[in-house]
Every structure is written in structure tokens, then in C-alpha cells.
Write a protein that binds this ligand. Sequence first.
Ligand code: ADP
Ligand code: MG
Length: 264
Amino acid sequence: MSTRAPHPTVLAVANQKGGVAKTTSVASIGAALAELGQSVLLVDLDPQACLTFSLGIDPEDLEISVHHVLTKGIGAAEVILETDDGVDLLPATIELARAEADLLTRTGREHVIRGVIEDLTASDGKAYDWILLDCPPSLGVLTVAALTAADGVLVPLQCETLSHRGVGQLLDTVHDVRRFTNRDLVVWGVLPTLYDGRTNHARAVLDTISDTYDLEVVEPPIPKTIKFAEAPAAGRSILATSRSSKGAQAYREVAGNLMARAAR
Ligand code: ADP
Ligand code: MG
């Protein structure tokens, strides 16, 4: 009898706008899920490799990375690293910038990440409860491949005027992915980040966005705090560098809500 966990919940964290806390959310939610006893794999899909760096790994020290897994047929298990935050990481390097071009001429490129996850799940390696995909700030091949591999998509959003202009475009891409490559993709909702609760403005913008696009809001909003600036340099997420800060607490609550969502 198999003792393997059921298929992992694959969540893409996507927004083509940079600086909305995609990477911070992946690192923090990942660490929070690990605190809750979940087995977690984080996948860095951004050639800037900020997630890799923020988890204490210098991309320049890596000989193989996610780029080799996506374009050269190397098994993910050979590349995955353990981190001090209790999560595993499929790291990126700047070489990933070439993957986008390499994949463009490849038949079935939209399915490349889904294939990697299926191979990993079928192998005798570690079974994951969660796989979080940290998407690059574009709607290119890698983001589409991430959405094709995902059960759900979480959209971090900075609640300031006009910051939601790109949401419609992202949802168009989600719609295309549903139509052509992954009919089961579900938008889990927007996650308000860099949230300044002192202004009514942030809440008003958030309400407008969720009404306009008929999106759920994943609670609670992540407060804007200087603590987040210190975490990446320490090579740990904010859950370790600032254990009891409001930001760390908010991400723990979000992780708990995502677990409840995955179970329903
Ligand atoms: P993205 O991956 O969407 O480009 P990042 O996660 O890299 O965004 O975050 C962009 C910047 O904002 C980083 O310098 C990060 O430390 C900072 N940041 C993220 N979340 C917060 C927050 N809640 N409060 C303050 N700064 C934050
Ligand atoms: Mg990022």
C-alpha cells in the first residue's frame, strides 16, 4: 500500500507588476506553512533570483538550477536544496533569463513546469504538501507555464491608486490558460500587501479592486513594515528574523487560511 501524500497543492504567486511582494509572500507563506507542519517546496521562477538569495543561497555558487530542470532535462530532485527556513527550494540563477527564449521554440512549453512537478511527485523522493511558484514580473512563458501547473493563483496587490491597472491583463491570461492549458485553474484571490492600515484609502482601493474584478480577498492584509527590508539580507524570511512582528503574524494567518482553503 502506498503511503505517499496525495498530490501537492500547487499555488502560483503571480502579478506582472514588480515590487508587489510576490517573492516576500512566497518566502513568508512557505515558512509559515512549514511551521504548521507542512512539507513545502518553493520554486524560484524569476531570473533575478531574489527568492533564492533571500533564503540564504548565493545564486553565483550554483552550478545547476531551475533553468537546467526546465530546459535540459535534469531531474528537479538533483537541484532542490534545503533551507534554514524549513522549506525546500528549487533555486534560480540569472541563467533562467535564457529559459524564456529557449522555451519559446519548444512544443508543449506551457506544460514544462507541470511535467517537472508530475515527475517529482511520481519519483520516490520527498512528498510535498505544498509547492509555491514565485513568478517573474511578466506574463511571459514562465508565468504561463506556472499557471498551467497550478491548482490556484494568488495575486499580491499593493493597495494604492492605479496599482490595479494590470489586474485585468493578468486575469485575461488566467482566462486563456483555463481555456487552453489548465481548465482547473482557480483564482484563490488577491492578497493585499504593503498595506497601510492608517489610511482609509488602502481599504477603499482594495474594495474597488475586488468589486471590479469579482475577486476574493485573502485575509488579513500584510502591513507595510520596515522589518521586511531586513529579512532578505539575513537569508531568512521575516518569520525567523522578526518572529512576533505584525508582518510575520499576518503571514501566519494567511497560511492558516490557505490551508483551510486547500482542504475544502
Ligand atoms: P516582487 O517579488 O513582487 O517584485 P518583493 O517581494 O521582492 O516583490 O518585494 C519588493 C520590496 O518590497 C522588497 O524590498 C521587500 O523587502 C519589500 N516588502 C515586501 N513586503 C513588504 C512589507 N509588508 N512591508 C515593507 N516592505 C515590504
Ligand atoms: Mg519577485
